[in-house]
Ligand binder design. Structure first.
Ligand code: NAD
Length: 324
């Protein structure tokens, strides 16, 4: 018999790719989100438009013992959304309410396994002050001190899912994603993250021009291409490891290096102008020791390859918008 799965947040970037992946693997998929995927048609067998903050909606969506539930729905965005402070109450209230609703129904209907997408944003600020040597091993999470309310909510919800595992035996899998990027991710409008924002700026810039990059550009990050993220999620679901575990790349670059890579891919002569802007912690990189030891796997795709695919897609979007 076909395995059944629910993907919450299936209109979003990672959720819409995950639905496609589960369909390729032969699952029957029910998808739910406030909105349809923006850039392509969903592959889900059923797509429910609904607000997961509403218990009635959640009860309709999660109404029996599905084999797998993937909880990716969250109120989130890039630095321009989560680090300005203006969206803190919404981020905390909306995402926590969704998680409280979903975990309780997973328990009530005795679902086979539930995946929860946490974030590297839950790691303490004090371990991420040195851009050349950030510490993000899973066991460095405490004493907790995330630099955003988004990170605090992720930490709370990790603990929520793990407590259902301990007290009720719910089969839970928790991953901490580190900057996932790729085609069909948000690239405009204020919720886009650094790789997509930089690809857009480079695609829009003329030869001999320049792009603006927030901060001094020396802050560091690693970025993981979407297919690698999905591979990690599926391997974690099939393993007997609960987590939390990092799903990220260890190829750390500064934001200016990221911009230089995209500029090189574009083939244009473009300069970088660093301007004040929200930037989050000074340094962050995935630490993959745990994933290697528990799943015998880690992401390996070079950053340049994922960036080239993403730049191609975003420059097509920019061209389409310019010709409208
Ligand atoms: P996304 O914003 O593209 O997708 C999230 C989806 O949740 C959106 O489509 C949104 O409409 C939906 N949603 C929000 N509130 C909802 C509600 N009340 N009811 C129903 N749906 C609702 O984000 P994404 O990049 O695909 O991220 C997916 C998950 O992974 C999120 O939980 C996010 O916090 C986590 N994560 C992502 C990254 C990343 O780099 N993309 C990094 C760390 C963690």
């Amino acid at each position: 018999m076909k395995k059944s799965a629910i993907v919450c947040g299936a209109g979003g970037f990672i959720g819409s790719h995950l639905v496609k992946r589960l369909k390729e693997e032969g699952y029957w998929v029910r998808a739910v989100d406030l909105k349809n995927p923006e850039y392509s048609k969903t592959f889900a067998d059923e797509f429910i438009i609904g607000d997961l903050r509403e218990q009635d909606v959640c009860r309709k969506v999660l109404n029996k013992n599905f084999d797998e539930v993937y909880q990716l729905a969250a109120d989130m965005g890039g630095a321009g959304y989560i680090f300005t402070g203006e969206n803190d109450a919404n981020v905390m209230h909306n995402s926590a309410t969704i998680n409280l609703n979903i975990v309780e129904l997973c328990h009530k209907h005795n679902v086979g396994k539930v995946f929860y997408s946490s974030s590297a944003c839950m790691y303490p600020d004090y371990n991420q002050k040195d851009p050349d040597n950030p510490k993000c091993a899973e066991d460095t999470a405490y004493p907790a001190d995330p630099d955003s309310e988004y990170g605090w909510e992720k930490l709370f919800s990790e603990r929520l899912f793990l407590s259902y595992h301990r007290n009720f035996g719910l089969q839970v899998k928790v991953a901490r994603f580190h900057n996932i990027f790729g085609e069909e991710g948000t690239w405009v409008g204020g919720k886009e993250k650094a790789p997509a924002a930089i690809c857009r700026k480079v695609a829009e810039a003329g030869n001999g021009g320049f792009i603006e990059v927030w901060g001094d550009g020396k802050q560091t990050r690693s970025f993981l291409y979407i297919n690698e993220c999905l591979e990690g999620v599926r391997r974690l679901m099939q393993s007997d490891f609960t987590g939390p575990v990092n799903i990220g790349s260890e190829e750390m670059v500064s934001i200016n290096q990221l911009a230089q890579k995209v500029i090189a891919i574009s083939g244009k002569a473009i300069g970088i102008k660093n301007i004040p802007g929200p930037q989050g912690v000074r340094g962050r990189n995935s630490d993959n020791k745990l994933i290697k030891s528990k799943l015998n796997w880690e992401p390996t795709l070079p950053l340049d390859e994922g960036l080239a695919k993403t730049y191609r897609w975003i420059s097509e979007q920019v061209k389409m918008l310019q010709t409208v």
